[in-house]
Write a protein that binds this ligand. Structure first.
Ligand SMILES: [Zn+2]
Length: 715
């Protein structure tokens, strides 16, 4: 196998219209990150690009829903998603955005280039038009019944129920999502990418050249697209949100989001090159570059058919592989943010990682479980019980247990130092341990090169399992009891502990692509620098020098408790229930009218009706803020001391972006006084401060009209 000169790795650009869930993580970002970390440990020349996809109709629609502008939506979600990835250890070289002028320039030039060479065609057709809103209805601006599954809420580009991609013409009983009216047909001219002209190329490139080295499911989907007959595909839309069509006749039109988004990989590479004083061109033009796209299966057609045709026409290299993943379901159902049946990355980070000291290990726990059920060849299922079993049963009781036993024994039996080897006492087991390390390295390397990340991770944990067996067989703690009677005992203990320590160093190198926070912590325990994690060091048994003293033991992972799992399950069900109620409420006619009105004014829709007893359970009080300070290492949290008359309480509030601590001391506020305490960042918060929020997201305290005694009731 020839080693490519350089690598360009892309992960699907997440759509910046909301939070992303762990199904997204499993689909593209985690496998891409594992691969990139492995390549970097191999000291290969690699650039890992990603960024927010900020065009398309879903963004302005989301803006209407939230009573704000499209720009405000992307400015809200882009930084959150970027930070979420960082917190989970997904280490892009650049996280760009398609609203950036550099991207507009790049996408625009790409389009012009194809257009000027006659690689695009124009066609005038009749398309759906909303007379009241005076606009054409592209993609998500039109809804109707799915011809495939009869779902009544299918969009003009896709049915979210059955997943079929659609055109507006295919919808039964189409209506405008802007006015709710039935649309009329009106003529409009658009540019098309004539895929039909490239059938021979696609057949040869996909169905012959890559028939055996790409995943069968990917090739299968491509094949059915090609066999189904390739049609010219519109690459422009009548919209005002997106990259303007840069040629004559393009007024009021933008590039179709699926034309401009993948070009985002190129503009991201350009921005990375600018930031690092490099040349971006060889990454897209030199055939010695290996380009790999990591995506979920819903993006196969774009990355395997449409974008490659665009790249070929534009004179760029083609992807060497597109290891698309299937879907990860959740507790027996499809993951869906809109139905409340999902685990948002942001929620996991706030509830698990940020809540405790050393919470990074919980980022690795999620990475570990998600990769251990990676949907590489078929859909898989995330369950909280499965998460608990994977962490407790493998990370805690095999991997961490091995490292911890080694550290404890080394401090007890070899004075906390790396003991020397007594060659005359080395035996079969010692030699077998070394062989296992070399073999594991070979297996893991081969599996990673074939994008088989879950199996690769399994092999690393299995090596720790072998380490436990080796230690169990050697029983250095028994040898230690015979030091007075057996003159060879110390030598045998030294050999065993030496082997166990070198194995730990090897485990750190091999686990690093999967669990980077853990590898770092292991380096800390071994008092070595990150450079030890370079892949070429795996298989060596002299990584830790004889006589070197190591740090005291520290646990790598903690157990996941039954109560934590039960709480997650309860919350998942409650969320789904709440979303369902909300949908049912908005579906009744009076509420729907109400919602339309509130949406237009930028006011949140009403929650479902409650009875007086529901309200009566809430104990609201007037409190006076007596102290306020920022919680360290967070952007959002303020720690407040609030006087309630009968006591002073600590309450955490996520308002640090809105208020300076010194400005709010003395303010009277409304407190939910009987809310169950909640621990965040190691601080217990007892109660909640009520805030009013306007359509622009600005926050206001809810205060009595004049100063009154702290602790006064509100009802
Ligand atoms: Zn459908």
């Amino acid at each position: 196998m020839n080693t490519p000169k350089r690598y360009l790795i892309t992960a699907a650009l997440p759509y910046a219209n909301g939070l992303k869930h762990i199904g997204h993580l499993a689909g593209a970002y985690l496998p891409a990150d594992i691969y990139v970390r492995y390549l970097k440990a191999q000291k290969r020349d690699v650039v890992f690009v990603c960024g927010s996809d900020e065009h398309g109709t879903a963004i302005p629609i989301q803006a209407t829903k939230e009573g704000t502008t499209a720009q405000a939506i992307i400015d809200k979600y882009h930084p959150i998603i970027e930070q979420n990835f960082k917190d989970l250890g997904i280490q892009f070289d650049i996280y760009h955005r398609t609203s950036d002028p550099l991207h507009h320039e790049t996408a625009s030039a790409f389009f012009k280039d194809l257009e000027s060479r006659g690689d695009l065609e124009t066609k005038t057709t009749e398309q759906y038009f909303d007379e009241q809103a005076n606009t054409f209805l592209a993609d998500r601006y039109i809804k109707g019944t799915c011809p495939n599954c009869a779902h009544t809420e299918a969009y003009g580009d896709q049915c979210e129920k059955c997943g079929k991609s659609l055109s507006p013409e295919e919808l039964i009983n189409p209506v405008s999502t802007l006015s709710g009216n039935a649309p009329i047909k009106k003529e409009t001219t658009h540019w098309y990418l004539p895929l039909n002209r490239h059938e021979d190329f696609l057949r040869k490139w996909l169905l012959e050249q890559h028939a055996s080295d790409w995943r069968p499911a990917v090739i299968g989907q491509c094949k059915s697209w090609i066999e189904g007959g390739l049609q010219p595909r519109a690459v422009t839309r009548d919209l005002d949100w997106g990259v303007k069509v840069p040629v004559a006749g393009g007024d009021g039109k933008v590039l179709y989001v699926w034309f401009d988004a993948p070009i985002g990989y190129i503009s991201a590479t350009k921005q990375w090159a600018l930031n690092n004083d490099k040349d971006w061109k060889p990454y897209w033009n030199d055939p010695e570059t290996k380009l790999v796209h990591f995506i979920g299966k819903d993006n196969i057609v774009f990355h395997c058919i449409i974008f490659p045709v665009m790249l070929k026409l534009h004179g760029n290299i083609l992807p060497e592989n597109v290891p698309a993943n299937e879907f990860m379901n959740l507790e027996g159902d499809k993951m869906s943010t809109s139905r409340g049946w999902s685990i948002e990355m942001d929620d996991y980070i706030n509830k698990w990682i940020k809540k405790e000291n050393g919470g990074e290990s919980l980022a690795d726990c999620l990475r570990f479980y998600v990769n251990s059920i990676a949907p590489e060849s078929k859909d898989s299922e995330f369950t909280w019980k499965g998460f608990q079993d994977a962490v407790n049963g493998e990370l805690v009781s095999i991997f961490a247990n091995y490292v911890n036993r080694t550290w404890v024994l080394m401090h007890k039996l070899t004075k906390g130092k790396v003991p020397k080897i007594h060659t005359e006492f080395l035996d079969e087991d010692d030699r077998a341990l070394l062989v296992s390390v070399t073999e594991t390295k070979e297996k893991v390397t081969a599996l990673l090169e074939q994008y088989k990340f879950r199996e690769a991770q399994f092999e690393v944990v299995n090596l720790a399992r072998l380490g436990n067996q080796y230690m169990q067989k050697k029983e250095p703690w028994i040898l230690a009891k015979n030091l007075d009677t057996d003159p060879t005992a110390q030598a045998k203990i030294d050999n065993c502990m030496h082997g166990c320590l070198q194995l730990t160093a090897n485990l750190a190198i091999l686990i690093n692509p999967f669990l980077p926070f853990t590898a770092k912590k292991m380096c800390h325990l071994m008092k070595v620098v990150d450079r030890m994690l370079e892949w070429e060091n795996a298989g060596k048994f002299d990584l830790l020098k004889v006589g070197y003293s190591l740090r005291p033991p520290e646990l790598l992972f903690r157990k996941i408790e039954d109560e934590e799992i039960a709480a997650e399950l309860a919350e998942l069900k409650a969320n789904a229930e709440a979303k369902k109620n909300k949908m049912e409420t908005t579906n009744t006619s009076s509420a729907a009218a109400n919602t339309d009105q509130t949406n237009e004014l930028g006011i949140a829709p009403l929650k479902p009706e409650i009875v007086f007893d529901d309200f009566g359970k809430i104990d609201l009080r007037v409190g006076t803020i007596v102290e306020a300070k920022k919680v360290e290492k967070t952007d959002k949290l303020l720690e407040l001391l609030v006087d309630l008359g009968f006591e002073k309480r600590t309450i955490l509030s996520g308002i640090a972006m809105h208020f300076n601590p010194e400005d709010i001391v003395g303010k009277q506020v409304t407190i939910v006084a009987n809310l169950a305490p909640r621990k965040m960042r190691g601080i217990e918060s007892k109660g909640m401060i009520l805030m009013a929020e306007d359509a622009q997201g600005k926050l206001y305290f809810v205060s009595p009209s004049e100063a009154i005694a702290s602790g006064s009731t509100i009802a």
